[in-house]
Design a protein around this ligand. Structure first.
Ligand code: F6R
Length: 609
């Protein structure tokens, strides 16, 4: 979602702030701005559009100074425009950047207007700036004014505040939106994601819910909700500095698609024994918990939800344990029945998705046996708040459309299937067979990526289409859903996925020569059923694109283009068949000329509801 960077240093910080914003741009990107303090001079530059527009404005109107804050915005309250871009100011001396949503901003605004504050934007954020000015009238310091301000806020915030009259510090506060403090030598930083700060430091403190921190060049003082000074652990990051570079690829999405053999290799590394999975991979006490567990409840959003849907098939088929999967935004607002000895599993690339986090927090009061998260970001809220964590090691994913994060989530679930299965009757022979299949997965992914050229050749057929239908059965149904999501989010073609058996219950009416139908058809137990569904489409003149292995025995003809996928163990076919669908969406988007890495209206990390 929106991105925050802040710095207090002796050197000029504008460059650091802008580079940080560039690295966060994938999170939200309709406008950007900076405010920098120099000798009691508060300079603010904001621009509608991408960080590049802001950077260009700064070459024309340079700002200098050692204390500064910066922000990329993804509009929630108020249209994307320069006046709504952050930082927001009050009384010409307070500047604020904010991620999240202040839910009570309307009542706060009314009260502030009654006190004579004039608002210059339509954002919820601006109330923070005016509240701080109000609180400064009675508070002994900027820190106290911010502590008193956040007590009045309802909703979610990660916010950074600077004051022209007190230029040596920034005050940061976190509740519901992540913030990480970066520790330098004689300089300190803050950001909504450590990725922004990797060019300047490797040492980080993750702020906890309710923390307020005062950051100067030489000190970082953190206070909890009670106002008590506390010490938080310092983490040394091994994240890759170059992760935010595209390398030879035209887009991050393509780079990340091609990185999948490597990211799957890292996710597996050191976690598989000769014949099965090492349970410590999931954290201390995992084996005891997996022994007791009788039911798994999965919660997630978007692509991560699709990973959960695949996992349901795997856990029930191979691990012999019942499983439910639910969209987190639904789960969190309904009364659910908790099965005895249930494990709550959340899945998230970012670890900060507001609905998924809320579902986990809700589950804590519902009597689950424990919680596990499958996540790609160390130190994220979901990782910190779950009992167990499986880190997916996909590396930073910058493209908004999730690719390698999804396939490594599936690898995480494959390992969970083995880990739980061995306590619930999965035979040693089966464990050996599945472990061997997992070990061969990176090679299968490499072979599949070799199909990129032929998939690019198909993309032309889709460029003038307005709709597309994806079909799959069993554990390939969620892969069809994921294919449809990828196509719609980056090429803006309306796409739907159906469990192929559902066709005749309605969607068959849509089939005509204008409707491309993409079918994922590995040779598995449901292949013959799927073939009947394919015939239903063919009989109605639909144009078919079938992804299948040699054993599935589909043949290309006038009505059907067949793309042959390498043979793979049926268990892991959902992972392998994801790749051609990612590539197809990518090449269609290229022909359509859309902004592949930053599709319209979307943001990478959805930290608001
Ligand atoms: C789509 C995509 C989104 C995310 C969803 C949840 O390509 O990336 O659907 O999967 O916003 O995000 P995380 O996984 O960070 O919880």
């Amino acid at each position: 979602m929106c991105g925050i960077v802040g710095a207090v240093a002796q050197r000029d910080v504008a460059e650091i702030l802008v580079e940080g914003l560039r690295r966060l741009e994938y999170r939200g990107y309709d406008s950007a701005g900076v405010a920098v303090l120099d000798n009691n001079n508060l300079q603010r530059v904001r621009r509608l559009g991408k960080v590049a527009e802001l950077a260009e404005a700064l070459t024309r109107e340079p700002v200098s100074g050692g204390t500064g804050i910066a922000h990329t915005r993804w509009a929630t309250h108020g249209e994307p425009s320069e006046r709504n871009a952050h930082p927001h100011m009050s009384a010409e001396h307070i500047a604020v950047v904010h991620n999240g949503i202040i839910e009570n901003h309307v009542s706060l605004k009314t009260a502030l207007e009654a006190k004579g504050h004039a608002f210059s934007s339509d954002t919820d954020t601006e109330v923070i700036a005016h509240l701080v000015v109000e609180e400064l009238k009675n508070a002994s310091s900027l820190l106290h004014a911010v502590q008193n301000t956040v007590k009045q806020l309802k909703g979610a915030y990660g916010t950074v505040i600077i004051d022209k009259n007190d230029p040596e510090r920034m005050i940061v506060a976190r509740s519901g939106s992540p913030l990480v403090v970066g520790l330098g030598i004689g300089e300190n930083f803050v950001a909504s994601d450590q990725l922004a700060l990797l060019p300047v430091t490797r040492r980080f403190i993750y702020l906890e819910e309710g923390d307020v921190a005062e950051i100067t060049r030489r000190s970082v003082d953190i206070f909890n909700t009670l106002g008590e000074k506390i010490v938080r652990e310092i983490h040394e990051s091994s994240a890759n500095y170059d992760a935010a570079d595209k390398g030879p690829y035209r887009h991050f999405m393509l780079k990340e698609t091609f990185e999948q053999p490597e990211s799957v290799t890292s996710t597996l590394e050191g976690r598989l024994g000769e014949h099965t999975v090492l349970e410590e991979t999931f954290g201390n006490g995992a084996a005891t918990l997996f022994h007791q567990v009788q039911h798994v409840q999965i919660v997630a959003c978007g692509t991560s939800y699709h990973a959960g849907m695949v996992a349901r098939y795997w856990l029930e088929t191979y691990a012999g344990i019942s499983c439910n999967v639910e969209i987190a935004s639904e789960f969190r607002y309904r009364k659910s029945f908790v099965q005895p000895n249930s494990l709550l599993v959340s899945i998230s690339q970012s670890g900060e998705t507001a609905d998924t986090l809320a579902a986990l927090r809700l589950a804590k009061d519902l009597g689950y046996l424990g919680s596990l998260t499958i996540c790609n970001v160390a130190g994220s809220s979901l990782v910190r708040e779950s009992d167990l964590a499986f880190m997916t090691r996909a590396g930073a994913e910058i493209g908004v459309a999730s690719t390698k994060a999804f396939t490594t989530q599936l690898v995480g679930f494959a390992m969970l299937t083995l880990a739980i299965g061995k306590h619930h009757g999965l035979t040693l022979d089966k464990q050996k067979e599945l472990t061997a299949a997992l070990k061969s997965l990176p090679r299968k992914l490499e072979e599949t990526l070799e199909l990129a050229k032929s998939i690019e050749g198909l993309a032309e057929d889709f460029a003038d289409k307005h709709h597309a239908l994806f079909l799959g059965r069993g554990d390939q149904y969620p892969i069809a859903m994921e294919g449809a999501l990828k196509l719609k989010e980056i090429s803006y073609i309306h796409a739907e996925a159906y469990a192929a058996g559902e066709l005749k219950h309605g969607p068959l009416a849509l089939i005509d020569a204008e409707m491309p139908i993409i079918v994922v058809a590995p040779n598995n137990d449901l292949l013959e059923k799927l073939k009947s569904n394919v015939e239903e489409v063919r009989a109605r003149g639909g144009q078919l694109y079938v992804f299948a292995d040699a054993a599935s025995q589909f043949k290309s003809d006038d009505t059907m283009k067949v793309i042959q996928i390498p043979d793979v163990h049926p268990w892991l076919a959902p992972i392998v068949y994801t790749l051609p669908l990612q590539l197809l969406s990518y090449y269609v988007a290229i022909i359509k000329g859309t902004d592949v890495d930053q599709p319209r209206n979307l943001a990478k990390s959805v930290t608001v509801e």
